[in-house]
Design a protein around this ligand. Sequence first.
Ligand code: PLP
Length: 382
Amino acid sequence: MIYLDAAATTPVRREALEAMWPYLTGSFGNASSHHSLGDEAGRALSSARARVAAAIGARAGEIIFTSGGTEADNLAIKGMALASPRGRHIVTTPIEHEAVLASCDYLLRQHGFEISYVPVDRDGLVRLPDFAAALRSDTTLCTVMLANNEVGTIQPVAELAAIARSGGIPFHTDAVQACGSLSLQVGELGVDAISLSGHKFGAPKGVGALFLRSRFTVEPVLHGGGQERGRRSGTENVAGAVAMATALEMSQGEVQGKAERLAALRDQLIEGVLANARGAILTGHATQRLPNNASFCFPGTSGEAVLLQLEERGILCSSGSACAAGSDEPSHVLLAMGYSREVAQTAVRFTLTDDTTKEQIQEVVLSVAEAVAAVGALGQPR
Ligand code: PLP
């Protein structure tokens, strides 16, 4: 089996598993308990918080642990928007993850917010003047993802955040896809909030974090016992936090060398597929894209049918975002980039893992050509 779906999820790193093990077994205490076992868990949580913060150049108090990327996005968007007295207007893009789009939609439906969607070009890039033009004196929050989960396009987030900052407007970025393969430093990005998800870089599913710059407050989304300094109630996932700290330190430490290696494999895959699979179109920006993302449309096929053919050949990948899998609707990302519904329905995404090899890519290129030809021959809708 060749797994090329790292954007959906990654296996847990052995080091992360070993780091979390004690907090699932002997040192299983509740971090809020007032006894020695609780204190031990509390210390582990504090240390994990400090390590996550250090890995991205933040302060410990600026890290709120969550259950994952979806919750971090909800907390950033609903929490920052509802806590801000600035107004009721949010600026985002039409290619965000559903966690962002649905949070904005909630604010529109339940709290009377207006949402502006800055268009993207054919490569999935936001243009700076379009973004600047969308900002208003009552804009409460901007939220633009760092890298897109379907097509891998990397947005000029530092430049966008600088524009927002010049208007005094807080800026959140969903870095869930970026944090496994790009260097993430809050100082360089200049953003006020960042969403992270552990299972995208070798921590288990069910743990994530929101970086929130210290001068901002959030209205909690989860109410209860007041954990995470009142910002996110619920018994802390100490073992998950420890695993996330370990995985984040490791993946951020490896980013430099890894990005070059992955980008070379990605380009080998892109060139091979474009040369060998009939009618293949690369989606997303040719160079400004995640080093592990190669995504295509194969007009005249059906993405789902190509996926099945690939799985028969031992290759696991995705038709776009795992979250939208199973739905017949074409990708909202590709539609926003200007692709027709017919072409958008033929999307296939390959996201490389840390273990992907050159030989595997050679095999995948051949299999993609065969799969596309097989689906074409079956007379799938054109
Ligand atoms: N944001 C982006 C860009 C994602 O790709 C995902 C998941 O794929 C999420 C948010 C949601 O993260 P989680 O699966 O941790 O809830």
